[in-house]
Design a protein around this ligand. Structure first.
Ligand code: F6P
Length: 522
């Protein structure tokens, strides 16, 4: 749908100062969602533009899109599937049998994790597992890593390690100091065909086998939607295989058995609270009135900033040490979901789609790329995520909050030459000019007063819904990822070129392969 009605508003507001706009919208652009307060008043909008944007969202069928998702209709047309990740966190049984089956699918893994955590499922020598090594990549890695960083960390008696990269150094580092006789390897791959994961799993199998012989099989748990391949990989009776439902996409699988390693380390209670927080957000997104619906409002802002105002990026600034992996997690969620330019019917989209998403950890980023955000030539909307821990040192938390608020204020309001002259009379004009902050950089502000597993669940569910709804506004299928397949196929061909020394179609690849290939050939 072309947003024709929105462009006149964008032109009118293009150079408007953000401070008065934000002051006007302070009340109407602040929302309460489960566990999170959301402030959108510093976006480049005024009341008429906001009204037009909401009308655009209504006309684009965002409410129907949510109904489709929660009614298990096909929202992934290229793979002819519904997207049922939300069913994994439903608190009560679901009417549709396929949804209920998804809801139940994580139960065996939860029970197993509880037993590993409690020490009733033990290593081959009868002693409890001391370490869990998670192997997976992309959606089979980012989620569990985020949960570990945000909710577990050192608060567990079991060491939790992750290995994702094809670079052999990743596996070497992941097993550093671990005792294979006391390590459980959790392999997660929805397809069970991903090269990186199969490579690292085979190295893990050898590592276990060398230490404990054929008992290695009792030290492996696999999570997949492709049981046959996983069973064939195990190669013998035994070994544990848990289900990842086919209608749960990899980047939406954090709620599933894909988080088994985290549940083994922290106990299944953490995951239960995490899912409960997401279920609360699901209820909000399904029931809140259109204007008060946090996911709808955020998706509309994404559309407004990217497709109407033309900002090509968004910076996620997580003011919480525990959320420092959030930008990487969201990068996959949003860019793999909506980084597309063709609609499901094969026609090209008519506006820019998902922005480049990047970011990092506040306040650390303030001593790095915030200079670029404040005074660079690009205007990049920012998203502040302040996740407070009331048990943390109050002085540090207050200072962190002050920094987050200060950054958002300066990005929006800037600092003019007049202000600088008034504050620092006599300053050389050339220096004064360099101290000017243009301002006008929009931002959103998300804040949580007591960050915990439930709050993380609510936050991730909010981003999932926002991503799906933004995909609807852009007209793309958020649940497939054809763009990653070509590189995989090509890597297979080039692997052969490297071992044989010839055969590349592309002259640059051939020249590089010739220069590098001797490393791999005797
Ligand atoms: O990067 C492509 C991708 O297919 C992701 O969507 C997915 O999360 C990742 O690879 C891993 O896939 P799998 O879980 O099948 O190993």
């Amino acid at each position: 749908m072309l947003p024709d009605a929105l462009f006149p508003h964008a032109r009118r507001l293009a150079t408007a100062s953000l401070k008065p706009l934000a002051a006007e919208r302070c009340d109407t652009a602040s929302l309460e969602a489960p566990r999170w307060t959301l402030d959108l008043s510093r976006q480049r909008l005024d009341a008429p533009a906001e009204t037009a944007l909401l009308e655009h969202g209504r006309a684009a069928g965002l409410e129907a899109a949510l109904a489709d998702l929660f009614s298990a209709r096909t929202v992934n047309p290229s793979e002819d599937r519904p997207a049922l990740h939300w069913a994994l966190r439903a608190g009560t049984s679901l009417e549709a049998p396929e949804c209920e089956a998804v809801r139940q699918s994580a139960r065996p893994a939860d029970a197993f994790a509880g037993a590993v955590h409690a020490g009733t499922v033990v290593a081959g020598d009868g002693a409890p597992f001391e370490a869990i090594l998670h192997i997976g990549i992309g959606g089979s890695d980012f989620g569990p890593r985020l949960v570990d960083e945000a909710l577990i960390g050192p608060k567990t008696s079991k060491t939790l390690r992750f290995c994702a990269n094809l670079d052999p150094a990743d596996f070497d580092l992941a097993i550093e100091g671990l005792d294979p006789a006391r390590t459980l390897v959790v392999g997660v791959s929805k397809s069970f065909g991903t090269e990186e994961t199969l490579y690292n799993l085979s190295r893990a199998r050898e590592w276990l086998r060398r230490a404990i012989g054929e008992r290695w099989i009792d030290h492996v748990a696999l999570v997949t939607a492709n049981r046959d391949r996983a069973r064939a990989w195990l190669g013998a009776d035994g070994g544990r295989v848990f289900d990842l439902p086919v209608s749960v996409g990899g980047r939406f699988s954090i709620w599933s058995a894909a988080s088994l390693a985290c549940a083994c380390a922290a106990g299944p209670g953490t995951l239960a609270s995490f899912r409960a927080g997401a279920a609360r957000m699901d209820a909000h997104v399904l029931k809140a009135p259109f204007e008060e619906n946090a996911a709808i409002r955020m998706a509309l802002i994404d559309f407004w900033n990217t497709s109407v105002l033309g900002y090509p990026m968004r910076a996620v600034l997580a003011y919480a040490r525990r959320l420092r992996l959030l930008p990487a997690y969201l990068q996959q969620l949003e860019m793999e979901s909506n980084g597309k330019s063709v609609r499901p019917d094969g026609t090209s989209v008519s506006t820019a789609t998902a922005p480049a998403l990047w970011g990092g950890e506040g306040s650390i980023g303030q001593h790095s790329y915030h200079q670029w955000l404040h005074q660079g030539t690009h205007v990049i909307p920012a998203e502040f995520i302040l996740a407070l821990d009331p048990d943390a040192d109050p002085e540090g938390s207050r200072a962190l909050t002050a920094h987050a608020l200060a950054q958002a204020e300066v990005l929006a309001n800037g600092r003019s030459a007049d202000e600088i002259r008034a504050d620092e009379p006599g300053l050389a004009p050339a220096v004064a000019a360099q101290k000017v902050h243009a301002g006008g950089r929009p931002s959103s502000f998300l804040a949580c007063r007591r960050f915990d597993a439930e709050a993380l669940g609510a936050l991730i569910a909010l981003y999932e819904h926002r991503t799906y709804l933004a995909g609807r506004l852009w007209g793309v299928n958020s649940f497939d990822q054809w763009g990653v397949e070509r590189g995989k196929t090509m890597a297979g061909r080039i692997n052969t070129v490297l071992s044989e020394g010839s055969g590349a179609d592309d002259p640059v690849t051939q020249a590089l392969a010739r220069r590098l290939g001797d490393i791999f050939r005797d």
